[in-house]
Design a binder for this molecule. Structure first.
Ligand code: NAP
Length: 250
């Protein structure tokens, strides 16, 4: 038995070093928006543990205590604010980004169509649809410098038009359906450059947005999403995937 342990130690197994080398995220630079809480924070945590160089954005970095405690690079970003996006571009000038996780998003209203507030819907579209558009346009040079060139837009099962038989939440649903279309358009526009553009649903997750009755923990959802994203190639671009790697109907 002892010789097996000696051989394993000689091979470096059991030290943790090999586990990091085998991680598909090892050495990848991954930018996560809205990384100060919820799914974004969990992405930052798991990616860093998997050996990635994480850049986590927060609207208020000075208050992003948990994110800062991870020791990742923290950058200010409000996806609705052109000046904030311009400052991000300046700060990350020349930094190669392998993977962009457009995670930041908001949900403002439940309720039926007839009571939806157009002004509130505009705010939701600004964050959930135009936010990713601004960030992608801003960071394309950084992504083009990478071999991986992956963009994940955080959609939702509620963004599926085909699956919508229950109604309600029209602003949020429409925002994610628009984000899905944005993802498909982007995938087609960038196919020649071998980008991988994915719309993803995290499932129903216990965050501030998902609430305490949701079925998944952030750890379960994020580990499923990372396992789903890791093996993807340019052939998979333009797909709408659930956290468990199943394909969702548009
Ligand atoms: P969350 O806990 O409410 O966190 C949302 C994150 O987005 C926060 O970091 C927030 O920052 C950030 N954010 C909001 N507005 C922003 C803006 N204008 N600029 C930059 N960042 C902004 O939500 P979550 O559950 O983690 O959701 C993350 C993503 O998953 C969202 O896109 C959401 O639509 C999607 N999703 C979630 C569920 C679920 O069940 N939880 C299901 C389907 C889809 P602040 O702290 O500064 O507000």
């Amino acid at each position: 038995m002892r010789w097996i342990v000696v051989v394993l130690l000689m091979l470096g197994l059991g030290t943790g070093a090999v586990a990091a080398e085998e991680s598909p995220w090892d050495g990848q630079t991954v930018l996560v928006t809205g990384a100060n809480r919820g799914l974004g924070l969990e992405f930052a945590r798991q990616l860093q543990a998997a050996g990635a160089d994480v850049i986590g954005t927060a609207r208020k970095p000075e208050k992003a205590e948990e994110l800062k405690a991870l020791g990742v690079r923290v950058v200010q970003l409000d996806v609705t604010d052109e000046a904030s996006v311009a400052a991000l571009v300046k700060e990350l000038d020349g930094v190669m980004i392998d993977v962009l996780l457009n995670n930041a998003g908001i949900f403002l209203e439940y309720g039926k169509f007839e009571s939806a507030d157009p002004a509130s819907a505009m705010t939701v579209y600004d964050v959930n649809v135009l936010g990713p558009m601004r960030v992608i346009q801003a960071l394309l040079p950084n992504l083009r410098a990478s071999e991986r060139k992956m963009i994940m837009n955080m959609s939702s099962g509620l963004g599926s038009i085909a699956n919508n038989n229950s109604g309600g939440m029209v602003a949020y649903r429409s925002s994610k359906a628009a984000l899905n279309m944005q993802t498909r358009t982007l995938a087609a526009d960038l196919a020649e450059e071998e980008f991988i553009c994915i719309a993803m649903s995290p499932g129903w997750v216990r965050t501030d947005m998902g609430g305490e009755n949701a079925t998944l923990s952030p750890a379960e959802s994020v580990s499923g999403m990372l396992s789903t994203l890791a093996p993807l190639t340019p052939e998979n671009t333009g797909t709408y995937l659930n956290y468990d790697a199943t394909e969702l109907p548009w």
